[in-house]
Ligand binder design. Structure first.
Ligand code: ADP
Ligand code: MG
Length: 290
């Protein structure tokens, strides 16, 4: 019997740490013995860099532009721990929909029967989610994945992007779209950051599945062209990613979130602005303000 492959989408605002987090989750799952495919669904096409030592990998869209007979070998590289790396790619700059690559990549992989042939346990989709327009909603809309996570810091724009993803999930889940697993909190530095992200998750009816602190270990590993799992396997940070990977791999607590509307989000943010001001000015101390 064919094994059941879990298809997981990881969304988030540009630059928030999606690719870093996704690649470390892939590496941790591979290290634990699972067969993993990571598909970069960001026109930046750098999702899998640290899994393949920065080696060149043509994107699916570029390959399709050049040939009608694209084979798996043309658009994939086997990276750390056997993770199969694929980059969907983007449109020619200035032309077309940035989400087109996702559709093209998934259709091609389905046509080539890659998920079954590779006997994948997990397929991770690293998706740019600043704007969850039609193209970027593809992985959660058309039954490609059944679960999504969002990477967020405590910055308002990251929360804003997360809330937009929740809106898209809310819209598509009733007709077979993906459900939400939760929030991956990345790069929290300020004293209030964790409370703010926790509060957003609880207000929108979801959960935080892991906290990844900002760390030089991540920056250093990236400079080596590697994940933390590969470059610094003994580090505390590698264990943080391993635990996150394990949690997500077994998480079946999926739901349809309740996104905040524009006014609610503004009021919520303003309220946090007040709290932070009081906290930083010393008017109140930690727990009291939060
Ligand atoms: P995205 O894929 O969301 O655009 P990246 O994963 O490429 O973002 O991350 C953007 C930058 O932030 C990278 O240089 C990455 O090394 C850095 N970064 C991400 N998460 C962390 C972290 N927890 N600690 C330190 N640096 C991080
Ligand atoms: Mg990225």
């Amino acid at each position: 019997m064919a094994k059941k492959t879990k298809h997981i989408a990881i969304y988030g605002k540009g630059g928030i740490g999606k690719s870093t987090t996704t690649s470390n989750i892939s590496a941790a799952l591979a290290e634990a013995g699972y067969r993993v495919i990571q598909i970069g669904c960001d026109p930046k096409s750098d999702s899998t860099n640290t899994l393949r030592g920065g080696n060149y990998l043509p994107t699916v869209l570029d390959s399709l532009r050049e040939s009608n007979h694209v084979k798996l070998e043309d658009i994939s590289v086997v990276g750390f721990g056997g993770v199969l790396c694929i980059e969907a790619g983007g449109p020619v700059p200035g032309v077309g929909c940035a989400g087109r690559g996702i559709n093209a990549a998934v259709s091609l992989l389905q046509e080539l029967n890659v998920f079954e042939k590779y006997e994948a346990d997990y397929v991770l989709y690293d998706v740019l989610g600043d704007v969850v327009c039609g193209g970027f909603a593809v992985p959660i809309r058309d039954g490609i994945t059944d679960r999504a996570y969002v990477v967020s810091s405590s910055d308002f724009m990251a929360i804003y992007a997360a809330n937009n993803l929740f809106k898209a999930i809310n819209k598509y889940a009733p007709s077979g779209g993906a459900k939400l697993g939760g929030v991956i909190a990345n790069g929290l530095t300020a004293t209030y950051s964790e409370s703010l992200v926790n509060d957003f998750a609880s207000r929108t009816g979801t959960k935080v599945v892991g906290y990844v602190p900002r760390s030089l270990v991540v920056s250093q590993s990236e400079l080596y062209g590697k994940t933390v799992i590969e470059a610094n396997p003994e580090s505390e940070h590698a264990d943080i990613y391993r635990n996150l990977a394990k949690f997500i791999a077994n998480d079946e607590d999926l739901n349809v979130p309740n996104p905040l509307n524009v006014t609610e989000l503004r009021d919520w943010a303003r309220n946090w602005g007040d709290k932070i001001f009081k906290l930083e000015s010393g008017e109140v101390s930690g727990a009291e303000a939060i």
